[in-house]
Ligand binder design. Sequence first.
Ligand code: ZN
Ligand code: ZN
Length: 332
Amino acid sequence: MTTINIQKWVGGSHFEYASVEAPKLKIGERLVKMHVAAVCGSDRHTVSGRRPGACPSVLGHEGVGTVVMGPDVEKRVVFSVTSVCGQCTNCARGLTAKCERVMKVGHESFEGEWPLSGTYASHIVLPEGVTVVEVPDSVSDEVASIAGCSVATVMAAVEAVGTIAGRDVFVNGLGMLGLVAVAVAKSRGASRVFAYDPFETRMEQAFLLGAQPIKPGEEVDVSLEFSGSAAGVSSAISVLGIGGTAVLAGSVAPDGTIDVDPEWMVRGWRTIKGVHNYEPRHLQDAVDFLSTVELPWDTLLSGPIALEDLPEEFAHPHPGLRTLVRITAPSD
Ligand SMILES: [Zn+2]
Ligand SMILES: [Zn+2]
């Protein structure tokens, strides 16, 4: 019988380190032994009370591990943040990201039907509706751990743009998603990549990845917005040139409304799109991207810490964009 160690979030900044027995799997479910989990900013918002979350629960929706039971056993995999039904109206029309019966990795109640939904544990249970993608040996656990949230979401945003090659791109908001977006735009042959974030250290990281600051009056073909602030959305839209497209992906909490001049939109053939979550193909795109680029990961990732040290990490976060939790060595 497999014993599973979990960091159960019990409200506020409190966690309980506990052991539970592995549940009996349903058909199509996988039990994945976690190697590395990444601490996403949205979990910090949940723990600090800025974002509602099921409680008690096992948080953590980014990570990589090996399937130890169920389909694809022994494969090293990353997984999507959503578990989808495949049958509702939105799933049927190819918009599984907005499945009407969606459940989310690391967001489900410990007392509900999917107690082991999070990656802050020795093992996670993945229902059949979660997409898994095998990770090639060339991608380390550390790098793979951010595929399922940050990188796959960027892939969905970039796909919504259409063509990147030969176009000028502006990336607004340089958390992990924005910095990955800079790297993706460069790798897909963007002509110039401009970036903005109020934090100087993040700007420097974007410059390392090939971005440049945007000057007043500059116009771009593509804007990718990850800050989620109303002011950030306004500026991402305002820099669009003729025929330009802005993709908004950061606005996942209310932050007021913005003014848009419809005449400017119409006469300029401009487009604004929203993207939330992503489709299974974007997780594959993410793994493909990570297997083909070398990024300065040391400057982007912090840790690793042990699973036992997770409460301390939430109380006193590492300064980097993502703190990694090393749960088991791949050879264990
Ligand atoms: Zn996340
Ligand atoms: Zn559905």
